[in-house]
Design a protein around this ligand. Structure first.
Ligand SMILES: Cc1ncc(COP(=O)(O)O)c(C=O)c1O
Length: 429
């Protein structure tokens, strides 16, 4: 109303005159508030934007994450806050731990959720088990290996990258040879390489790592709940994921688990981990995993984020892992067929190696991928994304995961793609 009366740049004199006018003042309580503020002792006024209500559009989040969050999880996240050290909160954290153990298929006691996104779990894994100067072996066939390599380099590790084109796989023989050569303390593989749309087989790597006294670290941020993973059976020493993909919780929490081999390495270090926040000595106590009768303050966990994570893990437990994997596979197969019917080419040729949660398509000849994505967002309120890191300019990525993993959503995405193919043919040469 004030803006309608005076425009954006009402002067103090105008405001004062208006406020003194009883009729206007009666109609305009905010005007008086604004006047009061303008006479206050602070020299930086409250920003205009903060005086407007929060507005959030409704969108189809069909990119590689975050994914749309089911109402049940949103409702859990909006429950009243309790203290991060209250007994009820500890109970909720204990439930989360059990939910993660189920989702990871592990009996590891050292199972927690990071207060932070998937990157927090990546850093937690590397910071805790690697010491400066130690050798680390990392597969880089998309962006995620490169990220882990950089994290390890920052702490002074001796990093060896096994680089392949985005979406390519590694054989067990290649890995064993590289482990024999570099003698790493840690070997990293992304199970769901979301930048390429690849779901990398894991079997056999755990045995190789054990034979050579190396820890096996696996990233399932994009694959957990969408494709089978069995932490204990597959001899994975450290496994992490993120909350915002097939788990369908809001971004900001990241489950991680360490087995006894990993605990043995990280609790017998010569040096302290570079991060205090991510130090598992403290986090294990905060999460009640260190056998101590008391749990103490380390940091203030994201209480609402943990409520939402608990609910998303509850949904997974109710539905069952096998059903969740089956559904993702079924919807993905339906989606692949629809994409091919539109004349689009899948980036990962072998169906069995495609990541069911995030599908990558080659950018069609004669189109500009940024234009396509902008058109789809503008006309369909739908997020799809381009590649990431080495796959930029190679692929477009479409995610149908968790709550979004439905044939009706696949149809919506196919409809948007058909529309963009009709209307976005490149005009420039
Ligand atoms: C496979 C993979 N690892 C790690 C991450 C990083 O997670 P975050 O963005 O939650 O930090 C992502 C995010 O897209 C991912 O897809």
């Amino acid at each position: 109303m004030q803006r309608a009366l005076f425009g954006r740049s009402a002067s103090l004199a105008q405001l004062a005159a208006a406020a003194l006018d009883g009729t206007l003042a009666a109609r305009s309580a905010p005007l008086l508030q604004r006047l009061e503020r303008s006479m206050s002792s602070v020299s930086i006024p409250p920003p205009e934007c903060m005086l407007r209500p929060l507005e959030v559009p409704v969108r189809y989040l069909f990119g590689p994450g975050p994914s749309n969050v089911p109402p049940r999880v949103l409702a859990a996240g909006s429950k009243p806050i309790i203290g991060h050290l209250h007994p009820e909160m500890y109970e909720i954290m204990n439930d989360i731990k059990k939910g993660i153990q189920y989702a990871f298929q592990t009996e590891n006691n050292m199972t927690i959720s990071m207060s932070g996104s998937g990157h927090a779990a990546m850093e937690c894994a590397v910071f805790n088990v690697v010491e400066p100067g130690e050798s680390v072996l990392i597969t880089v066939n998309g962006i995620w290996g490169e990220r882990v390599a950089e994290i390890a380099e920052r702490l002074g590790a001796n990093v060896h990258r096994l680089v392949k084109a985005p979406g390519e796989c590694y054989t067990n023989k290649e890995i064993e040879q590289a482990i024999e050569k570099h003698k790493p303390v840690l070997f990293f593989l992304a199970h769901g390489e979301s930048s390429a749309g690849l779901c990398h087989p894991v079997d056999g790597f755990g045995d190789i790592c054990r034979k050579h006294n190396c820890l096996f670290l696996v990233d399932t941020v994009a694959s957990l709940g969408a494709a089978p993973i069995f932490m204990d059976k597959q001899k994975i020493d450290i496994l992490y994921t993120g909350s915002q993909k097939a788990l369908n919780a809001p971004p900001g929490t990241a489950p991680i688990s360490f087995n006894d081999r990993a605990c043995n390495k990280m609790f017998n270090r010569k040096t302290k981990p570079v991060s205090y926040l991510f130090d598992m000595t403290h986090l294990s106590n905060y999460w009640g995993c260190d056998g101590s009768p008391t749990r103490g303050y380390h940091h203030t966990g994201p209480v609402s984020g943990f409520f939402a994570l608990r609910e998303s893990l509850a949904i997974l437990a109710e539905r069952g892992l096998e059903e969740s994997w089956r559904k993702h596979k079924e919807v993905a197969a339906y989606f692949y067929k629809g994409l091919e019917d539109l004349g689009l080419k899948l980036f990962i040729p072998d169906k069995e190696l495609r990541l069911p949660s995030v599908t990558t398509i080659c950018i069609p000849e004669g189109y500009e991928w940024r234009e396509m994505l902008t058109y789809i967002m503008k006309n369909h309120q739908m997020e799809m994304t381009g590649g990431l890191g080495p796959s930029v300019g190679m692929v477009m990525r479409i995610g149908l995961m968790g709550y979004n993993c439905e044939k009706t959503n696949a149809d919506k995405a196919l409809h948007a793609l058909a529309d963009v193919l009709k209307n976005c043919k490149k005009s420039k040469a």
